[in-house]
Design a binder for this molecule. Sequence first.
Ligand SMILES: NC(=O)c1ccc[n+]([C@@H]2O[C@H](COP(=O)([O-])OP(=O)(O)OC[C@H]3O[C@@H](n4cnc5c(N)ncnc54)[C@H](OP(=O)(O)O)[C@@H]3O)[C@@H](O)[C@H]2O)c1
Length: 336
Amino acid sequence: MKNYKLAVVGATGVVGQKMIDVLLEKNLPISEYCFFASSRSAGKTIRFGDDVYLVKELTESSFDEDFDFALFSAGGETSLKYSPIAVKHGCIVIDNSSAFRMDETVPLVVPEVNPDEIFNHNGIIANPNCSTIQAVCALKPLDDTFGIKRIVYSTYQAVSGAGSKGIHDLENGIKKFNDESFEYSLEKFEYPIFNNCLPHIDVFLDNGYSKEEEKMINETRKILGKSNLAITATTVRVPVFNSHCESINVEFENGFELNDVMTVLNSAPGVIVVDDIKNNAYAIPTEVTGHNEVFVSRIRRDFSVANGINLWVVADNIRKGAATNAVQILEKLMNT
Ligand SMILES: NC(=O)c1ccc[n+]([C@@H]2O[C@H](COP(=O)([O-])OP(=O)(O)OC[C@H]3O[C@@H](n4cnc5c(N)ncnc54)[C@H](OP(=O)(O)O)[C@@H]3O)[C@@H](O)[C@H]2O)c1
């Protein structure tokens, strides 16, 4: 078996650090690692199992070394600048940013949903947005069986989805709550996130939607292969450290039995159904954090339309929504 050489770009970030955990758990056939970040973190150390690595500054010559694969999670601008350089050197890039997701020549992949797309790449494979990944894991098998006509997304997204600055804003808000004299400046959000809900993720667009809402709509259409599917979304940041929750209302083309919906979701890859309201059993962020699967609860008929259901979908946004999904793609590439 070949032993590969892997670059992790953005290795000091929230997603990059979780990639390291997932890589250690998966024990893939990788013989050499290199961890990159900006000049701010160059020279810091990263622990990888029993080994300690120095973080290197990402530069235009970083890919002069021959890497087989690179996992990028250092923001869109970094991906736009450095991914083509990596590809030119024969490296396959799995990119966590939004830079290439809607590029028609770049596959947008969730391994449980559209695994064959992985191999239609020209050097770059895009990881979808965290909120899209968990939604499509539940929706794809339902679409295959019942035909989805319309989706209404309402999200409750954790601060870790906004990176380390988002986490700091919630931590500092809690410190302020406990000590009125504590002073801090917001690093990420427009308003304090502690004790709040902010209907504002990423920038606002001229059409009144936020970019996060637009990402969910466009990426869902691309992954399900339905370019005209009726979808609307409201995305909200909530004061939860980790794991995104989503209320998803779905209308099907055809009639259905609720039991059949349960059966489909129970056999969906990477999906765990937790739905026993008599015993108050449903997915919540504190229980889901640390898991790689997508959890589906509160599965019930929407009595306001002919063929509708409501779902509550929760996943660890840093694992399945980012690091796990990217490393699963890497694993599939290595297994071919
Ligand atoms: N958090 C999520 O749930 C999530 C989910 C899906 C996708 N993503 C995407 O993943 C990316 C990273 O997110 P994050 O949450 O990990 O953010 P983060 O915690 O802010 O980390 C950002 C990382 O990027 C590095 N970086 C920034 N500018 C760089 C540059 N010019 N050259 C090299 N490295 C640079 C940082 O290095 P320094 O230590 O040197 O600053 C750090 O390692 C973003 O594109 C984000 O949209 C995040």
